[in-house]
Each structure stands twice: as C-alpha cells, then as structure tokens.
Write a protein that binds this ligand. Structure first.
Ligand code: Q46
Ligand code: ZN
Length: 306
C-alpha cells in the first residue's frame, strides 16, 4: 500500500478511511481530524483557555501535544490519586512530558485534599473505579471553574465513546444518552467539556503518540477490574474488522438522531441543581456526592481508629 498523500510506502493502514499514510504524512492526517472535530463541533477557539486533563496515558498526552502544536492556549491538569507505585509513575511521566514541551501543568493531590484512592478502596463499599471516576470528574470541573478556564478537554477517543454509548444503549440509560457526545455545554457551575479526539480510534491515537515519541504511562492501574468496557471494545473491534467505518457511523448516527430525542425526553425530567453546602459544586442534594463520600470515609476511619 502507498501513502495516499505522497505515494511513499505506507506505514499505517486505515481501512475505515480507505487509505494509508507514511510516517511523515500520518501526523497530518491526525491533525486534520482534530481540527475538524474542533471546528465542526465548535469546541473552542484560539482565544479560549483550555484545561486538558492529563492521566499520563497515550490519549491525553497526544491530545495535549496536538493542541499545543496547533497553537491553542493549553494548561495541563493531572490528578495524583495517591495509589502507591502507580500514581508516582503516572505523575512523573506527565511532569516530564510538560517539562520537555514547555507546557504549564497543575497537579492536584488527592492525598493532600484528604481522600487518596486507597482510602476509598478500603472504606467505601461501592466499586472503587466508580467512585474514583466520580472524584476525578468533580475535581476536573471544580478546578476548571475556579481557574476561570473556558473549557475542559479530555482524551476520550472514538473507541471510548462507542463503548460507552453501547453500554448506555444496552441499559437504555436515557439520562446518560441525552448527555453523551463530543461536547457537553457549560451550565451553571459546570465548565464546557469537549473530546477533540472523538473522530480518532485508539489505534490511530496510539500511532500518533508513538510517532511523536511521547513517553506514556502504560502500566495498568492496580485497582482496575479489567471490566471497564473491555468486552464492548472487543465486540466493536470485531464489527469494525468486518465492516470498516461501523464505529464512526454508529456514533455519528446517534449524535444526529438518537441524542436529540433523548435530550428532549430528559428535559422534562431533569433535576434542578444548587451549590453543594460543603464545596459549592452543583448538586441536586444539599451536599454533593463527593463531599458525602469524603465524610463517610472520615467517619469510617475514625471508627477503625477508635
Ligand atoms: S485510576 Fe481510578 Fe482508573 Fe484506577 S481506580 Fe479505577 S478509575 S482504574 S481510569
Ligand atoms: Zn460538595
């Protein structure tokens, strides 16, 4: 196969795009996809301050580098979860990456805030990943709002989005289906959230990270159950193999026809939000779920100690 741009031998084959690219042209394809996502979905402009959530994995670092190279005003935000061994390594990768590219980075430490994830694992009965995810989303939003950022960008790729959409569809979870998409508009207490990599697959993002020489944190989290959409991703991998382009079509069709219908349904049932009495984040209860979890862990630890 030859590179569709320059006719040199292709390095990466992309059946869903009926094309292939050489090493030099592939990053241009990647850039184009990100540009298209930002422009068509009106994600942000060059005047906006963009906070980028950085886990240390390939997707978030690839996104940060690409937005920086395109000239956007980006700041990285890493949440140090306080998980022994794992969190130090992830943080180091993010810090090294930002140093290397001269990028501004903010680090938020869960341990200093009073609730490292090992405490969640030890004291909360719910699955640790559900609580960890909730905590991360809470702090991403809070820090973006408090820092006056216009938008929060995350490295979710097409595979992540399709797997999540599929899981939401299997449950016909109308609340999640009404919200899912590459852009979640700003609302009272919530910053706008965007996913500029939603047109690119995990394979395509990994290729970009590799070609750009990005050093990523690839060790799995020691608390990962392995269940997080892995089965759905495998299923979709099979469908995509049989019929290249299926994933993108499924997602795009949902955005066009499914999402507006679910959004209209939810509009009628949506809860009203007010600031949390503890932290000020928007919530439908008096205190938000994150503050309630933190208080419950504090109580449980006190009980154990005394
Ligand atoms: S960090 Fe947190 Fe993940 Fe570890 S505890 Fe689960 S959610 S697996 S992306
Ligand atoms: Zn709160």
């Amino acid at each position: 196969m030859k590179c569709i741009r320059c006719k040199a031998p292709a390095h990466v084959a992309l059946p869903s795009h009926h094309s292939g690219f050489c090493k030099d042209c592939y990053p241009l394809f990647f850039t184009k996809q990100v540009e298209t996502a930002i422009r068509r979905e009106k994600m942000f402009t060059f005047d906006d301050r963009v906070l980028v959530a950085l886990s240390g994995g390939k997707d978030s670092l690839a996104l940060m580098l690409e937005l920086h190279l395109q000239g956007y005003d980006v700041t990285g935000l890493h949440i140090d979860l306080g998980i022994p061994d794992s969190s130090e390594k992830a943080r180091k990768k993010v810090e090294n990456f930002c140093d290397l590219h001269g990028l501004t980075l903010e680090v938020f430490e869960m341990a200093k805030w009073g609730l490292p994830i090992p405490d969640v694992k030890a004291h909360v009965k719910r699955p640790v990943c559900a609580v960890c995810g909730k905590m991360k989303r809470h702090h991403f939003n809070r820090i973006a709002v408090e820092g006056g950022f216009d938008v929060l960008a995350t490295g979710h790729n097409l595979d992540d989005e399709v797997a999540r959409l599929f899981a939401n569809t299997l449950r016909w979870d109308t609340a999640y289906l009404s919200d899912q998409g590459p852009v979640l508009p700003a609302a009272e207490g919530f910053v706008r959230k965007v996913k500029p990599l939603f047109r690119l697959s995990e394979f395509e993002t990994a290729n970009y990270a590799f070609m750009k020489g990005i050093e990523i944190h690839s060790d799995p989290c020691p608390y990962a159950s392995g269940a997080s959409f892995t089965g759905h991703k495998e299923l979709w991998g099979e469908l995509e193999h049989r019929s290249p382009g299926q994933k993108f079509q499924f997602y795009q069709s949902f955005l066009k026809t499914g999402k507006p219908a679910f959004a209209a349904m939810e509009k009628e049932t949506g809860a009203t939000l007010a600031p949390c009495a503890e932290c000020g984040s928007p919530t439908s209860a008096e205190t938000c779920s994150v503050c309630r979890i933190k208080a419950a862990v504090r109580e449980s630890k006190a009980k154990d100690a005394g």
